[in-house]
Design a protein around this ligand. Structure first.
Ligand code: ZN
Length: 402
């Protein structure tokens, strides 16, 4: 074929420019420093397979941006100690907000995502008052941290107990706060308080927290797992698929396992249907089996869990029935997602040792192979830490092209 006709038929070929290669590699390097610090430039080159010069160009840029510090560790008798890299936890300040039915939690953290200070404030009954209360809490946080006028918080991550349009940070539906439905919380906070904000479902950020922590602790962390949060009045999950939190086709909701119907015609649910899983496994449901006439109270529920451990048979029966339903829903969930691990969060995780056998064997199958473990921290701490991770995620995640 003549060369000319080849050129005529040539379709445009998309290639990576030096700047797009840098945009992909920079968060990879930063994430490796987060997970392996202190780490040397040579080790980064060895792990990534990048040219040493490419690693150094990115590291120099991260140091110039005050995100990374390079220093020499204390010398030993064995001789010269190489310079090591670590995150600069002092300059990139972020906030995480967990919106809960009664009290909101606000957390402050640096680049490492380790929470350094927290505050709480009552959850107001309207969207306008919520933004005002968040503004006051942030002002208090600034004072408590001794921040000058010129210093700023880089970003706020928000955990929402409901459906969120993740692309815009608009709350779509939340059963505990109907007044917040269709409220563009991220935009309002950015506009009113001057802090760029990002919002996501609370169980999604709980999964993000687990991903953040397990990546740091393990050489290889599971890239397919489900974070299951059994909360006071509901049950939800965040599904991690290929190492990323799955958001559904429109990034509005996914893994809403609490509304999986396990008993047609069963108890009425907040979603408008009957027989949803959360109606049988939430703390409220467990409590109702124990003392139907006494309104649910979180502190009383904790006492009930203590009772189950200390010989209160009625309390033990209540949690074992919950274990039965947990096993039922989990067996469906495992067949659906086939994760390598399920991370259980919520108050019920405190008595995991008492319910584990019943959960595992209630609806077991030879085909089901997975592990379940309690979350690394309490559910509220997981969600709050996840909100911080949400605020930081953009720095550590390679952009997608195309
Ligand atoms: Zn439902």
């Amino acid at each position: 074929m003549p060369i000319k006709s080849l050129e005529l038929n040539r379709t445009p070929i998309r290639t990576a420019s030096p700047s797009s290669v840098r945009a992909v590699n920079r968060p990879i390097i930063l994430e490796l420093i987060r997970c392996h610090q202190p780490i040397t430039r040579a080790d980064l080159a060895r792990i990534t397979g990048f040219f040493r010069s490419s690693v150094s160009d990115i590291v120099d840029e991260l140091i110039a941006d005050d995100l990374v510090i390079e220093e020499r560790a204390v010398p030993t008798k064995r001789g010269r100690v190489p310079m090591s890299l670590g995150l600069n936890d002092a300059t990139y300040r972020v906030l995480g907000l967990n919106i809960r039915p009664r009290q909101c939690q606000l957390a402050y953290a640096g680049l490492s995502g380790t929470i350094q200070q927290t505050w709480t404030f009552p959850t107001p009954g309207s969207s306008k008052k919520l933004v005002q209360s968040i503004g006051k809490a942030i002002t208090n946080a600034r004072e408590a941290l001794g921040m000058s006028r010129s210093e700023k918080f880089e970003r706020l991550g928000i955990a929402i107990p409901g459906h969120v349009d993740v692309a815009t940070g608009c709350i779509l539906w939340t059963p505990t706060h109907p007044e917040l439905s269709n409220f563009p919380i991220a935009d309002e906070i950015t506009k009113e308080l001057g802090i760029p904000a990002t919002a996501d479902n609370d169980c999604n950020v709980g999964a993000l927290s687990e991903l953040w922590l397990t990546k740091k602790e393990r050489v290889s962390c599971p890239s397919e797992f489900v974070f299951l949060n059994v909360s006071d009045f509901g049950t939800g999950a965040g599904a991690v698929i290929h190492g990323e939190v799955y958001l559904g086709h429109d990034a509005h909701f996914a893994a809403e396992v609490g509304h999986m119907i396990i008993k047609p015609g069963g108890d009425a649910c907040r979603c408008g249907r009957n027989g949803c899983w959360e109606r049988y496994v939430s703390n409220f449901a467990t409590w109702a089996r124990y003392k139907k006439r006494t309104p649910y109270d979180a502190e009383l529920f904790e006492l009930m869990l203590d009772g189950a451990r200390n010989g209160d048979n009625r309390a033990r029966q209540a949690i074992l029935e919950t274990a039965h339903y947990l096993g039922l829903g989990l067996s469906n969930l495992i067949f659906f997602f086939n994760p390598s691990e399920v991370v259980l969060a919520g108050r019920i995780a405190k008595v995991w040792d008492l319910i584990e056998d019943d959960v595992r064997h209630a609806f077991s199958s030879p085909q089901l192979h997975y592990s379940i473990r309690p979350a690394k921290c309490s559910a509220d701490d997981s969600l709050l830490h996840g909100a911080v991770c949400l605020a930081l995620r953009g720095l550590f995640t390679a952009p997608k092209f195309g």
